[in-house]
Design a protein around this ligand. Structure first.
Ligand code: ALA
Length: 493
């Protein structure tokens, strides 16, 4: 009985009620205001951020060289398999909570909890990382105007990495990253005010960052020197420094750049026509971003030697290096805007996952409490944002980056497995979107994710401790308060 209660599942009927907001009273119901355009924009807003603006240059300089293009391609293919799987699940189960809800309906409660716990890394922790990247660009931008933020009010945005080793000396508590802390609190206010207002704000920012990136590609293109692309795969210098090992390691690092397309699925309950629009949003945003990334990476390693890109603002530095000072300035503005929208979407997604987990009883009820005027989960939003702001205040990017990528890859592999499993268990269930080659695509997704995880294997130990903390919380709280708990006889182990 104990074992069966771990795998208790939500019924499709319950999920459908939940997707219509019928399982909660008016005061807990979310507002449906998002269409296909807003959802695609939400995805692009979540995807293009610190990955391309901060990590690409460092991954090229430290790991892959010009072959960063292969890393982008590999990570992009891996995400494409997963995006197709997400789209199928989102079209079957259009509820808030994304991968967490899919796991609950298919694999059972314990997997749902694990997924929710991994998503906390993917969204919440990512938001902190992006806030730190944002702060770095803001500090650099202000510096251009002669305004210097004192050292004790900023954290190193990106640690200095040499030969794959972090060489900067960062001590927790020695500095407080005030800009990163404050920007998360501003996002908090926007999210509490309401999703519609936030979505409009997001659309404007997405346009700004796309325009800036296109300017970089167009003006940078004529400065490409093909000597910079040779050797395309630099010889391995030991460990992950260049060669094929370096390409794999870089793919794991820049995988962070692709994260975000799945955030679209967390908005299903606030979208007008989720079965149609959520798959469009997921696949559309990934396609747009993959094309953009490839172009940006090509121009970046084409206009300057890759060895010069180990800096916090590689795109701005590269533009400067070829005499495009004005473009460098514009890139900083685009990065600041772009990273803002990523933070907003990541925080939004995190609060909606907690909302759903709370409605299910796996988290305390206050996480599902909706504001009477704004109709948003305000207590949840405030709590999440304050914690994330604090993490952003004291943590540099490199400490959490690999952990986030590893946790996300694990979540992606579970998603692919879920599609495969559902095709066997529920072959006739209506699907608004069908994954092509339904028994091959998910397997390819699992294999790709596993291979990228292998490239990040040194972070497994940290993930193990994170996982243990999650299990303790589930067995101490969630398991006993689950809304499904009264439907089974729970026997103490
Ligand atoms: N893809 C997002 C970024 O690059 C998380 O910032």
């Amino acid at each position: 009985m104990f074992k069966s209660s771990l795998f208790r599942k939500k019924t499709i009927q319950a999920l459908t009620l939940q997707s219509e907001g019928m399982d909660v009273d008016e005061s807990h119901r979310l507002k449906r205001s998002l269409g296909a355009f807003n959802l695609t924009s939400l995805g692009v807003g979540a995807i293009i951020g610190a990955g391309i603006f901060v990590m690409t240059g460092q991954a090229a300089a430290n790991y892959a060289g010009p072959a960063i293009l292969i890393s982008f391609l590999f990570a992009g293919i891996c995400c494409a398999f997963t995006a197709l799987c997400y789209a199928e699940l989102a079209s079957m189960l259009p509820v808030s909570g994304s991968a967490y809800s899919y796991a609950y309906a298919s694999l059972g409660e314990i997997f749902a909890w694990i997924m929710g716990w991994l998503l906390l890394l993917e969204y919440g922790t990512s938001a902190a990382i992006v806030a730190v990247g944002w702060s770095g660009y803001v500090v650099s931008f202000l510096h251009d105007f002669g305004i210097n933020i004192p050292d004790y009010l900023k954290t190193p945005t990106v640690d200095i990495i040499d030969a794959g080793k972090v060489t900067s000396h960062f001590v927790f508590g020695s500095t407080f990253n005030l800009p990163a802390f404050l920007v998360v609190l501003v996002c908090c206010v926007l999210l509490v005010i309401g999703v519609k207002e936030s979505a409009n704000f997001n659309n404007v920012i997405v346009v700004v960052k796309l325009a800036v990136i296109l300017l970089f590609v167009i003006f940078g293109f004529s400065h490409i020197d093909f000597h910079n692309l040779h050797p395309f795969i630099p010889a391995n210098q030991g460990g992950d420094k260049y060669g094929y090992n370096g390409i794999l390691r870089a793919a794991g690092v820049i995988f962070f750049a692709y994260q975000g397309f799945e955030a679209v699925s967390t908005a299903a309950q606030e979208s007008k026509n989720p079965k149609r629009d959520v798959p469009i949003g997921i696949i559309g945003s990934l396609v747009v971003c993959t094309i953009i990334y490839f172009l940006v990476a090509f121009v970046l390693v084409g206009i300057v030697p890759y060895t010069t890109l180990n800096v916090p603002d590689p795109i701005a530095v590269a533009a400067d290096a070829v005499g495009l000072g004005w473009l460098s300035f514009v890139v900083k503005i685009g990065a600041i805007a772009g990273l803002s929208s990523v933070m907003l979407v990541m925080l939004y997604a995190q609060t909606r996952i907690f909302y759903t987990m709370s409605v299910d009883g796996l988290l305390p009820a206050m996480f599902a409490k909706i504001h009477t005027k704004f109709r948003t989960p305000y207590i949840n939003t405030i709590l999440v944002c304050v914690v994330i702001a604090a993490i952003a205040g004291v943590t540099p990017i490199s400490i959490l980056g690999d952990l986030v990528s590893l946790g996300t890859l694990m979540a992606f592999a579970i998603i692919c497995f879920t599609v495969f499993y559902m095709r066997i268990k529920q072959p006739d269930m209506p699907r608004g979107f069908n994954v092509p080659l339904p028994f091959i695509t998910p397997i390819l997704g699992i294999l790709c994710c596993s291979y990228l995880m292998y490239g990040l294997s040194e972070v497994f130990v940290t993930l193990k401790y994170y996982f243990i903390v999650g299990m303790v919380i589930y067995f101490a709280y969630g398991r006993w308060h689950s809304r499904l708990a009264d439907k089974v006889v729970v026997v103490l182990p």
